[in-house]
Design a protein around this ligand. Structure first.
Ligand code: ZN
Length: 673
């Protein structure tokens, strides 16, 4: 599973106070690499890379090489013409000698940037095919095309690029249609949905309590009239790419930190050689159980969002190492779980007698590849296999150098200036929003969801459709309540008793106003997290009216949130936490439904319009992704690797063009024409 910053989330608004330490100040590091169409490409830093040992850095280096070696696999999984189209567009772009202001050339450049971002010709999020802004005639007249001896291969591609009716959607999820035949991805060929389902149903043993993830690493095709699987493995489909992954994993092996890590790498190699899903499970178990190594990585066919049937894993790799300082934060919180539970404003009858915090680790990403590049998750929770999660545990990680980059890049995009009421508040957010935002997430995830208990006999599903909104509200309220507690200063997690005000202000601003940028005009709020945020913000606003706790003030026709009494606001948060916990513990559906219906769903159309208009003027890209840092081996006079250095200057297009050149492993039509 992965956690994404929702589309259009430019709502983190900071910052210079990094909890993980040692990131460069925003003004020294250029976080923005490119901006085109609906995309902004950012850079991220790898703080503390220099503090690793040379052995760890070399280990990371070979893992990054293994990560990039699989890049072409994802391109081909996403569509059988993708690699050939990439060759064509990159070829025309890089050999172009004409007027660079020509609208056709400019449109080609945008199209190239789009397909590189999506690892194919369909938008990474909407799954819709891109519409090129250049003409077929212009493309066919370009020097690179004219130099090709045989145009047949290019003519195959023209309808795929230009005809909106051909392969319109990469993954189709519309009910009532054959999801395989209507999806443009390349995970199936010559088979329909019913045939695939019948094939796997025949393989599945429903009594197996340790089932493998069927179809995870295969392309399902028909051979001689029979449905069969082409396995991604050495000697199988995509062997050229997989051999190069294995070669680099083998080079990494001697530099592993310990025997457990050696075993993980060896098991992954064994799986890439055999293609046997039992071998993948053995690897996943070893991986899930290794919580000691500082360097960690995933490499393989992992997430199944690209398959309308949710079976085949998209190639992905993330290499990372533990951020000890920030992980300390989640460990301290989890270690004090009992204190937090015992001191909450909740009726003691609804508290847990014994509470175990869930410890999550904070990591620093060193490379992103395949399905994690350039669009990147901010958190991952693996392995996906349910029985392995239950029997052997799972790892939940936050990529803090990625969230940090999101945060820094958002700084200066005009959002603060537009929506935050005064400089004093903006300054507070600059200084403390990054740390309090992270602490809010830690408290929410590590304690909030784990706190409280149901009274005996209460049905856990009693709150029905409102259950997830109220559950998210409960975890958020728990986090907000404790963010203002002196205990956090005592534990050394915050250094200023006013720091929490940064998160309080952002929370109310977002809940009452700015999250409306993600709701279409005329619509209600649907999504559970968004409902929860408005529920809390509106309830606190309404209940605090008598004491003038929070005001909405108008200036030059613009609405601003003004918080007059943060102390009273915290009391109200405690009060609502107690009530939401009571509703959950007693399974009081009527009271829960009333809270949601009265506070969480309806939108003031006038305020909504105002927020949308103000936001549109800022021209903030709805989707973001990242370029990777570059790693260079340090060699001794005999050419042996002794260390690795990291640099950050590379731009977006040069990077993807370099990857296409240096990590080209597959032929243009890897699975036929
Ligand atoms: Zn939650």
């Amino acid at each position: 599973m992965k956690l994404f910053i929702p589309a259009m989330a430019a709502l983190a608004i900071t910052a210079s106070c990094a909890s993980g330490g040692k990131t460069t100040e925003a003004d020294e590091f250029d976080y923005t690499a490119d901006r085109f169409a609906d995309i902004e490409v950012l850079r991220y830093q790898v703080p503390a890379f220099e503090e690793l040992t040379p052995q760890q850095r070399i280990f990371i280096y070979y893992l990054t090489e293994a990560a990039l070696a699989g890049r072409d696999i994802l391109w081909d999984q996403n569509g059988k013409y993708n690699l050939a189209i990439r060759d064509l567009i990159e070829g025309v772009y890089t050999s172009y000698n004409g007027d660079r202001e020509d609208p056709n050339f400019k449109a080609l450049e945008t199209y190239l940037k789009q397909i590189e971002f999506a690892n194919g010709i369909h938008h990474h999020y909407s799954m819709d095919k891109f519409k090129p802004g250049f003409t077929k005639e212009w493309l066919m007249g370009q020097e690179w095309v004219l130099k090709q001896g045989n145009l047949a291969d290019i003519e195959v591609l023209l309808p795929v690029i230009f005809d909106p009716a051909v392969m319109p959607k990469r993954v189709n999820q519309a009910e009532g249609q054959d999801l395989i035949l209507t999806s443009a991805n390349n995970l199936y060929d010559g088979v329909n949905q019913a045939e695939v389902e019948a094939y796997f149903n025949a393989l599945k043993d429903t009594t197996d309590i340790t089932p493998v993830s069927w179809g995870l690493n295969t392309r399902v095709v028909k051979e001689n009239g029979k449905v069969t699987e082409q396995v991604y493995k050495v000697g199988g489909l995509y062997t050229q790419a997989i051999e190069r992954i294995v070669e680099n994993l083998e080079k990494a092996l001697p530099y592993a930190e310990n025997d457990a890590q050696k075993d993980i790498v060896a098991k992954l190699i064994a799986y890439y050689r055999s293609g046997d899903l039992k071998d993948f499970d053995a690897y996943s178990i070893a991986w899930a159980e290794d919580t000691k190594s500082q360097v960690d990585f995933i490499n393989g066919f992992i997430e199944d969002y690209g398959d309308p049937l949710g079976m085949t894993g998209a190639y992905e790799s993330i290499v990372n190492f533990k951020n000890n300082e920030a992980s300390h934060r989640t460990e301290v919180i989890a270690g004090n779980a009992a204190w937090f539970e015992a001191n909450s404003p909740v009726d003691p009858r609804f508290r847990k007698d014994e509470v175990k915090g869930v410890s999550a680790k904070v990591i620093t990403a060193a490379i992103l590849s395949g399905d994690a590049y350039p669009a990147t998750p901010i958190g991952i929770n693996l392995p996906n296999s349910n029985w392995i999660r239950t029997a052997h545990g799972s790892k939940s990680v936050t990529l803090e150098n990625i969230t940090d980059a999101y945060d820094k890049a958002a700084h200066g995009n005009g959002f603060n200036e537009e929506f935050v009421i005064d400089e004093e508040t903006a300054k507070l957010m600059d200084d403390y929003l990054f740390i309090t935002d992270n602490l809010h997430t830690d408290l929410h995830e590590c304690l909030g969801h784990a706190s409280g208990r149901l009274l005996p006999g209460v049905d856990p599903g009693a709150l029905k459709a409102h259950g997830s909104t109220l559950e998210e509200a409960r975890a958020d309220l728990f986090a907000l309540y404790y963010l203002a507690d002196p205990k956090l200063l005592e534990l050394g997690l915050l250094d200023n008793p006013d720091a929490y005000k940064a998160e309080y202000y952002k929370y109310i601003l977002n809940g009452l106003m700015t999250q409306l940028t993600r709701v279409e005009p005329g619509k209600d709020i649907e999504e559970a997290h968004m409902r929860n945020r408005q529920l809390i913000a509106k309830w606190v606003y309404e209940k605090g009216k008598a004491d003038n706790v929070i005001e909405l003030v108008k200036r030059d026709g613009k609405t601003f949130v003004k918080i007059n009494d943060y102390g009273k606001m915290r009391q109200l948060i405690g009060q609502l936490l107690a009530e939401v916990q009571r509703i959950k513990s007693e399974g009081d559906y009527a009271a829960g439904a009333a809270l949601v219906e009265n506070y969480a769903v309806k939108v003031d159309p006038e305020l909504h319009k105002e927020v949308l208009d103000r936001y549109a003027k800022l021209d903030i890209a709805p989707y973001k992704g990242f370029v990777n840092p570059s790693y260079t081996p340090v060699l001794d006079k005999d050419g042996n690797i002794t260390d690795v250095t990291v640099t950050y200057g590379e731009d977006y297009l040069p990077q993807v063009l370099r990857y296409s050149r240096d990590y080209r492993t597959l032929p243009a039509f890897a699975t036929g024409k």
